[in-house]
Ligand binder design. Structure first.
Ligand code: SAM
Length: 242
């Protein structure tokens, strides 16, 4: 929301200066430079709409995809749980297991531990443990969880230059025969060397990939979700350790 508001304000004020072009043509040029800001503002507004429940609810569809791909029974960790929606959905789907959500909850996102707790309460789901921590160094011993999931988080981890290290760490805390379901921008060259490199890292860390599928092959991505800056590079990877 902060980004959307900032871009709209910038676009508005820059475009508004074009009126001063009546006084001097230089102001008109300055006003024109507001157009790209307006375009970015429109794209991120439409993206937020498409992802939200008031729009096309894509965030929910992606979470549903992860839930459906994840094996039931046993302890589950969601790395980068954000507002808690995914781990809450998992817990609702299969009550009675041990669920943990971990997130860094930095300033980049308007998510917090309190928000997770309130969202779980609103969904009448009890017993999920929410904790602060980084995907780069998970505060759990080796082989602690039966299942590990993560949605759009690994590319965000700023303290790791090589984002594939997150997967090594996720697989470290996974039990033998445990399953993983990762969704991230695995095909985005600004975050990952290649999809092949991602798959190799998983294998080196003891995992075997069962499913590796582009999001665009699973569901139709309405504009602008199918573009490079949004979800074009999204890939779902499902597999098992050992
Ligand atoms: C795009 S949001 C996704 C949130 C959630 N997984 C979902 O699908 O709604 C990215 C999340 O990654 C979290 N994040 C960023 N860096 C992190 C880190 N080093 N460790 C854990 N979480 C991190 C952010 O706080 C944010 O909640």
């Amino acid at each position: 929301m902060k980004k959307i508001v900032t871009f709209w304000i910038l676009a508005f004020f820059m475009c508004a200066t074009s009126i001063l072009g009546l006084v001097h043509p230089a102001f008109f040029l300055l006003g024109l430079s507001g157009v790209p800001f307006g375009y970015i503002a429109a794209i991120i507004t439409l993206t937020a709409y498409r992802l939200s429940p008031k729009g096309n609810d894509y965030q929910n569809s992606i979470h549903r995809l992860i839930v459906d791909a994840s094996v039931r029974n046993g302890s589950v960790l969601d790395i980068g749980c954000g507002s808690g929606k995914l781990i809450i959905m998992l817990a609702k789907n299969n009550p009675g297991e041990k669920y943990t959500g971990i997130d860094f909850w930095g300033n980049n996102w308007e998510y917090s531990k309190q928000q997770c707790i309130e969202n779980a309460k609103a969904e009448k789901v009890e017993g999920i443990e929410f904790m602060k921590g980084s995907a780069s160094k998970l505060p759990f011993p080796d082989r602690s969880f039966d299942h590990v999931v993560s949605c759009l988080t690994f590319h965000e981890v700023v303290d790791l230059e090589n984002k594939t290290d997150c997967m090594e760490e996720a697989l470290r805390i996974l039990k033998t025969n445990g399953t993983f379901t990762f969704f991230d921008l695995f095909e985005d060259p600004s975050f990952y060397r290649s999809l092949n490199d991602v798959a190799k890292t998983i294998e080196k860390s003891g995992g075997s990939v069962g499913q590796l599928q582009k999001l665009s092959e699973i569901m139709e991505l309405k504009f602008p979700l199918g573009t490079k800056k949004v979800l074009k590079y999204g890939v779902l990877i499902v597999g098992k350790k050992g």
